[in-house]
Design a protein around this ligand. Structure first.
Ligand SMILES: Nc1ncnc2c1ncn2[C@@H]1O[C@H](COP(=O)(O)OP(=O)(O)OP(=O)(O)O)[C@@H](O)[C@H]1O
Length: 290
């Protein structure tokens, strides 16, 4: 079992901006979801975990090694799947993986070949191994990304917004792949997509303005909202009257009609109960007005 322990980590950038406030998280094997809006501090936390920047305060250990002092200890065991790779060179999937394997220190030809074929098989790209990666579809590129992240048998993989831009079928295929991999290693999934966290993670945290505002399993988040989420169709005018006296967690159009969702201990007049979901929990922490 791998363990990542983040203890009271704060980060202040050189320009004085504080991006992280006393973050505490204990993460073990499985897919852990770090959910937060743009600018909440997800990338800042990921970069700090992998030793690209030192925290201003606090400790981080991976399998009991202090990785603030020894960032190489986590970097040797790390795979990274960024949201976009940017430009791909005009080389085949196989050759690109071979090149990346060398960069990861896998120099033995047979070992590198076996690992690459094994990984291409895992991500269902063996048939495309001689195709140039820049010709791949978005979903194939993401699966290729998983293969490169797994080169060298990492114990922790960091995944940044992995399903952005994938169609539902590719997204499901990709999520199935991640949860399979997550059985033996830590996968840290950084995202603002609630659905991915719901589908993949048994443990999660919500980050807002650099601080962890809640953590637990998706089910715990949902259970805590039973009997507290209410909804009503409304108009712009009515909304102006509702806003001051209700704890509004979201406003959205459903079949062209504005619906307002609120958090309350008892049903407010004119509202109906809705079954809580993880999105309600997320918006409760992000948008709570009272
Ligand atoms: N190098 C830097 N110097 C100063 N401030 C920074 C730096 N990098 C990020 N920030 C600020 O820190 C805050 C958190 O940014 P961060 O990129 O960690 O958020 P995020 O949750 O990853 O957002 P996104 O989903 O948009 O990538 C933002 O206010 C950002 O402007």
């Amino acid at each position: 079992m791998n363990t990542l322990n983040i203890n009271n980590v704060s980060l202040v950038y050189n320009n004085g901006h504080q991006a992280l406030y006393a973050i505490k998280l204990n993460i073990t094997n499985g897919v852990f979801g770090l959910l937060g809006p743009n600018g909440a501090g997800k990338s800042s936390l990921m970069k700090t975990i992998v030793g690209l920047q030192k925290p201003t305060e606090g400790h981080i250990s991976f399998n009991d090694t202090d990785i603030v002092k020894n960032p190489l200890e986590i970097q040797k065991q790390l795979g990274f799947l960024p949201q976009y790779f940017g430009v791909y060179p005009k080389v085949s999937a196989y050759n690109l993986l071979q090149h990346l394997a060398k960069l990861k220190g896998i120099h033995h030809k047979k070992e590198s070949h076996d690992q690459i074929i094994n990984l291409l098989d895992k991500v269902n790209l063996v048939d495309a191994k001689n195709k140039e990666v820049h010709t791949f579809s978005g979903g194939m590129k993401q699966r290729f990304g998983v293969a490169q992240a797994l080169l060298g048998d990492p114990k922790i993989v960091i995944v940044d917004e992995p399903t952005a831009g994938l169609d539902p079928e590719e997204r499901n295929r990709f999520n199935a792949l991640l949860s399979e991999i997550g059985e033996d290693i830590i996968i840290l999934l950084s995202t603002h997509l609630v659905e991915d966290v719901r589908n993949l993670c048994s443990d999660m945290a919500i980050i807002k303005q650099g601080a962890i505002v809640a953590k637990g399993s998706p089910n715990e988040f949902i259970q805590a909202l039973q009997g507290k989420i209410w909804q009503k169709a409304t108009t712009k005018n009515e909304l102006l009257h509702l806003e001051p006296n209700h704890n509004i967690i979201s406003k959205q159009f459903i079949e062209k009609v504005m619906h307002v969702t609120v958090y309350a201990d008892a049903c407010p007049t004119g509202f109906k109960a809705v079954t809580p979901n993880l999105e309600h929990a997320y918006f409760t922490y992000l948008n709570s007005t009272t």
